[in-house]
Write a protein that binds this ligand. Sequence first.
Ligand SMILES: Nc1ncnc2c1ncn2[C@@H]1O[C@H](COP(=O)(O)OP(=O)(O)OP(=O)(O)O)[C@@H](O)[C@H]1O
Ligand SMILES: [Mg+2]
Length: 428
Amino acid sequence: MINPEQGFTSGVIREADRFVGRYEDIRDCIKAINTELGLVAVYGKRGVGKSSILRQIQHMALGDYGLSKKSGLEREIPTRPRTYLTVYYTCDSMIRSGQDLLQRLCNDQDPEDGLLRLVPNDGKEIVEFARTKEVSLGADLKVVNWGSKGIESSKYARIIPNDIVQTFRNMVNAIVIHQVEKRMKRDGLLVLLDEFDVIKDKAGLGSLIKSLSSEKVKFGVCGIGRDLTDLVNDHASIERLLEEGAIHVKPMAEMELERIITRAEELFKGALSFSSTVKARIAKLSQGYPYLVQLFGKECVAVANKTSVNEIDDHVFDMVIEDIQSGRAFPTLEAMYQKAIGGSTDRQKLLWLLAEHKEEAPLYQDESGRIQLKKVRTDADVFDIPYVDQLLPRLIDANYGPILYREKQGVYEFLNPVFRVYVTLRNI
Ligand SMILES: Nc1ncnc2c1ncn2[C@@H]1O[C@H](COP(=O)(O)OP(=O)(O)OP(=O)(O)O)[C@@H](O)[C@H]1O
Ligand SMILES: [Mg+2]
């Protein structure tokens, strides 16, 4: 039996050896973390691969440039790259504002990624650890013992009641002096904030980050957005900070998607191989989304295990396609699908029409995915789907997804582009 996780994963890519492609983005990342003052902003569509890039930024910030070297970008690495200690925090929708965010950061007890772990105090035991298997270069700090006094850092960083901004500054200053400079001899502290887009009240976030950034403290924000204004709406205030740090993550080219499978073959160490036509088929069907390649890969392993083969050829892959069409292959996406159509075959047809709807601009250039309802209506007539206006509301209703997002009158977009691709796969 082959373990699918050995070659494929549907989670965020942490290890550099599973990370494929993204040559341009990696180059931008190198630049962004090596500028003295500046903010890093990683943005793009849902499921496109943003967090995986943010994790690679973390490796580089620690001085681990293994991935850049493997990508042939050795020349882009400065002779003396800037190195950091890092904090990685994933936001959630309970964080309403910048104040809330700082409050959370100041209380995050994650032993490997939290801010609090780095605040010096007497009892706490902090050790160095490497985030990658291979390198000892990229050491970060983690807590192995919070100490008998609990989390008592007031001696080093003054906690100011009712002033979270100042408390955060004090904590960060203590970290910079004691851990970044004295202990680890690094250039700065890098605070990476994933899912930054979910913060509801974005007013003032940009200027808050600007005021907290310095030569010693850099922020990296990451989230869903068509452009930077979706991440920080007062982005004018940080425009100059972003000159070298804006990284727009786009869907991947088919060649790169194929390389995810080739990399998986290497990780399976010869236990499983894919024919070149299957690789090409998977890459094409995934329409730019590495997540789908990973899901296809896993399903191929499942079928290979079931039928005791170790090469995925067209014949085996046809079975995978059958599993997808019947809704067996990708249960999470299938659950969304069933909830969306709500037992109506007409709505099922309409959903398919919407998913197949293409704007004139090619996917990789624009990747907008906007749907003009007017055109869909015309097609609905052709395919004999009645009552579009009665079928549509469920797809916009938050209780059933929502599947679509209404941009303006008559213009819609799939909230989750991976789901859109799934709808097309479900009906090939
Ligand atoms: N460079 C890559 N090489 C191989 N697989 C990748 C790469 N980038 C992303 N993936 C795969 O794609 C999927 C989505 O990646 P990731 O979670 O980083 O995307 P995201 O944009 O942060 O998603 P979300 O919008 O849901 O937060 C994961 O299954 C991951 O394994
Ligand atoms: Mg993510």
